[in-house]
Design a protein around this ligand. Sequence first.
Ligand SMILES: O=C(CO)[C@@H](O)[C@H](O)[C@H](O)[C@H](O)COP(=O)(O)O
Ligand SMILES: [Zn+2]
Length: 184
Amino acid sequence: MVLNELKLHQTTINKVIEQLVPDIEKGCELVKESILKGRKILLAGNGGSAADAQHIAAEFTGRFVKERKALPAIALTVDTSALTAISNDYGFANVFSRQINAYAQENDLFIAISTSGNSENIISAIHAAKKLGCKIIGLSGRDGGQMNEICDLNIVVPDDVTARIQEMHILIGHIFCKAVDDTF
Ligand SMILES: O=C(CO)[C@@H](O)[C@H](O)[C@H](O)[C@H](O)COP(=O)(O)O
Ligand SMILES: [Zn+2]
C-alpha cells in the first residue's frame, strides 16, 4: 500500500512536470506582480485547502527561506468568530465572499483553492473579488470546474484524487514563495 501511494504521487508529479510548467510560471508572475505593486494576497479553501491557504499566507507574512521584509497575505480561513458568525448569519456559501468584501481592494491577488473547482463558497468569493478588481489564481484539479470560467488563471492539477491534487497545490504554493524570495 505505502509504495503504491508513493507511486501514485509520483505519477501525478510527472504529469504536473509535463503539463503545468507554463501555468505555474504564469502564476509566479501574477504573485510577484502583486507583491511588487505593494498589493496584498488573500487565500481561501475548504478542509485540507483551508490548511494550504493558511500555510501559504504564513510563508509570506513570516518567511519562506530567505530573510526579507514581511509581505501582506491573509488566509480567510482562520478567524473562528468571523467564520461562525458569517456562516450563521449569511450562510456558509458567503463565508469567504463576505471577508473578501471586507478586505480586498483593486489589484489585490486572490488565490482560490478548490480541488473540485466547484465549492460554492469559493465560487462566490471569486465573483466578489472580481467585482472589486482583484486578480484571481485558481488552484484546482479534476476538470477545473466552474473556476475555469472565472479565474484569471486556473491551475488545474491533472488528477481526480483529492489527496493527490492537494499534494500538488502545496508544492505549487511553495514555488510561488520561491519566486517571490528570488525577487528580493
Ligand atoms: O483534505 C481533504 C481530503 O484530502 C478534505 O478535507 C477536503 O479538503 C474537503 O472535503 C473539502 O471540502 C473539499 O472541497 P474542494 O477541494 O472540492 O473545494
Ligand atoms: Zn487532505
